[in-house]
Design a protein around this ligand. Structure first.
Ligand SMILES: NC(=O)c1ccc[n+]([C@@H]2O[C@H](COP(=O)([O-])OP(=O)(O)OC[C@H]3O[C@@H](n4cnc5c(N)ncnc54)[C@H](O)[C@@H]3O)[C@@H](O)[C@H]2O)c1
Length: 419
């Protein structure tokens, strides 16, 4: 952060030099999120400045400079980390570059906001976590769905006992981005670049969300399946993973299209005996970006689906004349809704969740509230995903290794069982 005073976000705001590594979908979204900060969260007193972006695809690096407005652009991420005007870094490349770049960012002393999944498994995630801890840099991880107003409300209803004892949770991420058999074989379908398929790409969001809302998962069993075994190739750094290629060169799909898991939660004040079913698919027909969570308790239940971002479905109590669900529209009492819209039901969107995430990162960095998903959370999520993957291999239940809180110098894992 270069000089400047604490302020209301006007001329006195402190300038924060932003570095961006990888200018794909997420890189562009992180950029827009930083740009929104002075307007949406003026009290942070920060004015992000787009300093340096890197992408191995020359047209994307040029786009960052010429269209997004970064002062400098490079092909090599090291130039971003070496830039003295860069105060914080967003790491938005494909999964296989995350470990190397995040460790280098930590060693360069740059706080970073990294996309999920942080690594292609526990080992890479733990390596990033160790580097961040050793360097003492702040981290945030791209679990944007935590910031949805309805999600924040459900979390409160679990934590304060309104839903009673949580009996079961259903959460799915049903995406249709590869529902077409000729859907592109992007880096997401290759083990070298992505690691797992729907497991790391989509179930990571589910696992993070249920652990955020309900509490830690302690064991898992699962099944994985691959529905389409080959697809037309899409070169790295071109197009998007939503592309359909009619006459392309075909190559094998190397990871899972679908994952189904059963889980047990750790006992907590409101979660004793709680169980869950978690699923993710990238080939489902019907839902498009259907990240949903349903939480059932002895005194009530609550559910939300990203496809209806602004609607919370709520049932409080077991009977009476109004038994059943009520739809509550997003409003100023829920999460950060009021930062975006003045009245209920003026819909928020996906990009807004990224702005909330940017704010949580920068607020934690500035020493304010620590409500961001950190590398600690990503490490614990990776342990759950590892248990899920191991169960798919041998058909047995697998315990989830607990990442020690103390090693991170922080309070216990977030979630209802830890308030
Ligand atoms: N939080 C979310 O909801 C969400 C949504 C989509 C993607 N993601 C995550 O974000 C990350 C990026 O996904 P995306 O959809 O933006 O990908 P993308 O394919 O749109 O973009 C990736 C970019 O990385 C660049 N790149 C490749 N190797 C590089 C290197 N060595 N150095 C610098 N740049 C390099 C590519 O040229 C490309 O421009 C992934 O980890 C993904 O899982 C998160």
């Amino acid at each position: 952060m270069t000089n400047g005073k604490e302020s209301d976000g006007s001329e006195d705001a402190a300038t924060l030099g932003v570095g961006l590594i990888s200018v794909g979908w997420m890189g562009r979204l992180h950029t827009r999120a930083y740009q929104a900060i002075p307007v949406v969260y003026p009290e942070l007193g920060l004015r992000p400045r787009l300093v340096h972006a890197a992408d191995t695809a020359p047209d994307r690096a040029a786009y960052a400079r010429d269209v997004l407005g970064y002062a400098r652009a490079s092909a090599d991420y090291r130039e971003v980390l070496a830039d003295p005007e860069v105060d914080v870094v967003s790491i938005c490349g494909p999964n296989h570059v995350h470990r190397e770049i995040a460790v280098a960012a930590a060693e360069a002393g740059k706080p970073f906001w990294i996309e999920k999944p942080v690594g292609r498994g526990v080992a890479e995630t733990a390596a990033v976590a160790a580097a961040a801890r050793a360097a003492g840099v702040e981290t945030s991880v791209g679990y944007n769905y935590r910031g949805a107003p309805a999600v924040e409300r459900i979390r409160e209803l679990v934590a304060d006992g309104t839903l009673g004892r949580i009996t079961n949770v259903r959460s799915v991420f049903y995406c249709g981005y590869a529902a077409e058999p000729k859907g592109a074989l992007s880096w997401r379908f290759r083990r070298e670049f992505a690691g797992s398929g729907a497991l790391g790409d989509l179930l990571s969001h589910v696992v993070d969300l249920v652990q955020y809302v309900v509490g830690p998962i302690r064991e898992a069993s699962s099944l994985l399946s691959t529905v389409y075994t080959e697809r037309p190739v899409l070169p790295m750094g071109s197009g998007t993973h939503f592309a359909v290629i009619e006459d392309g060169e075909m190559a094998p799909v190397e990871n899972d299209d679908h994952v189904s898991a059963l889980v047990r939660f750790a006992d907590g004040p409101h979660t004793t005996g709680a169980v869950g079913t978690l699923e993710a698919s990238r080939v489902i027909v019907g839902p498009q970006c259907g990240l949903a969570i349903e939480v059932y308790g002895t005194d009530g239940s609550a559910s939300w689906n990203f496809e209806q971002l602004n609607e919370l479905r709520l049932c409080l109590g077991r009977g009476g004349p109004n038994v059943g669900y009520t739809t509550v529209l997003a409003n100023a009492s829920m999460g950060d809704y009021a930062r975006f819209q003045p009245g209920p039901a003026n819909s928020m969107g996906f990009d807004d969740l990224k702005v909330i995430e940017a704010k949580k990162f920068l607020a934690a960095l500035a020493g304010g509230e620590h409500r961001n998903a950190t590398i600690y959370d990503a490490h614990q999520d990776a342990e759950v995903l590892a248990a899920v993957a191991a169960s798919a291999e041998d058909g047995r239940w697998h315990p989830v290794s607990t990442v020690p809180d103390a090693a991170y110098g922080r309070t216990p894992h977030v979630g209802a069982s830890h308030a």
